[in-house]
Ligand binder design. Structure first.
Ligand code: PTJ
Length: 255
């Protein structure tokens, strides 16, 4: 048993644990009510993908790690779902890549930004950004435009788990390299990203960190080769194929 009263051998264990964490996030004021809906959408795609990391997603996770290690100023954007699902894992990823963590919310309230920053600090983060919000991403008229001048605004590489499409495009127009984690390969945000990671944040974030640790001693030329060899169109097409052709084995579709 872990933080839910369900044995780890239960076929829907991972999905029940995920739901529990999101529910808890809402109760703590970290996750928005819309985060519950987003989780439901994500879960449906994960089910169709067989609740596993495709080898094309693993390749994207390695390219994401190489981008973050090459970056001058990498930033990991954290919203209410990410804070609830993978708080310790984003802190570990920031450490493995030298990236900053910045809270950036669609349904932004100062109270929720502070609660998420505090939650990340409880999981070992130091210097969480997003509270100043002294700059704006041009071309967006909702709350996700609000960023820190020395954070996302100045970043060259931004990792955005669970993005919404228009900010993904706006960050691209600012010349930033964007890495998007999203289970839906048809969604506008991964389709706009330099590196679309079609995987569950629960699996993707620790795997990007594992690749970063593995590549820590690689030289710039090797990292650039990984970045250049990555084919975003092929990764998106592979995920779509896995969904349409039925990637999951019958055993993975119980429950
Ligand atoms: O905390 P806030 O205020 O910033 O709000 C965050 C949400 C996620 C509510 C907001 O950004 C939103 O409404 O997002 P959407 O438009 O529902 O998009 C969420 C996307 O994330 C969908 O394409 C889902 O398939 C995907 N998704 C959901 N859960 C996961 C996921 N992708 C990867 N891992 C997940 N666990």
């Amino acid at each position: 048993m872990s933080d839910i009263e369900v044995p780890e051998s239960h076929p829907r264990y991972q999905s029940l644990l995920t739901r529990h964490r999101i529910e808890e996030g809402v109760e703590k004021g970290i996750t928005s009510a819309q985060g519950l809906i987003a989780e439901g959408r994500g879960e449906a795609f994960d089910y169709l993908l067989g609740e596993r990391t495709l080898s094309s997603a693993d390749g994207a996770e390695r390219a994401a790690a190489a981008h973050l290690l090459l970056a001058r100023r990498p930033v990991i954007s954290v919203n209410g779902n990410v804070a609830a699902l993978v708080p310790g894992e984003v802190v570990a990823l920031a450490e493995a890549t030298g990236a900053d963590l910045e809270v950036n919310l669609f349904n932004r309230t100062d109270e929720r930004v502070r609660a998420i920053a505090e939650h990340l600090r409880e999981h070992g983060a130091t210097g969480v950004k997003g509270l100043t919000a002294d700059a704006r991403i041009p071309g967006i008229d909702h709350e996700r435009a609000k960023v820190d001048g020395d954070g996302i605004y100045d970043a060259d590489v931004v990792l955005v788990p669970l993005e919404d499409g228009d900010r993904a495009e706006a960050l691209g127009e600012m010349g930033k390299t964007e890495i998007v984690i999203d289970l839906n390969p048809l969604s506008r945000s991964p389709r706009t990203a330099a590196v679309p990671v079609i995987d569950n944040v629960i699996r993707a974030v620790p795997n990007v960190a594992a690749h970063a640790r593995d590549l820590r001693d690689a030289d710039g030329a090797d990292l650039r080769a990984i970045v250049e060899e990555f084919d975003s169109e092929a990764a998106l097409a592979d995920a779509e194929r896995a969904i349409r052709d039925g990637a999951a084995t019958p055993g993975e579709r119980e429950g």
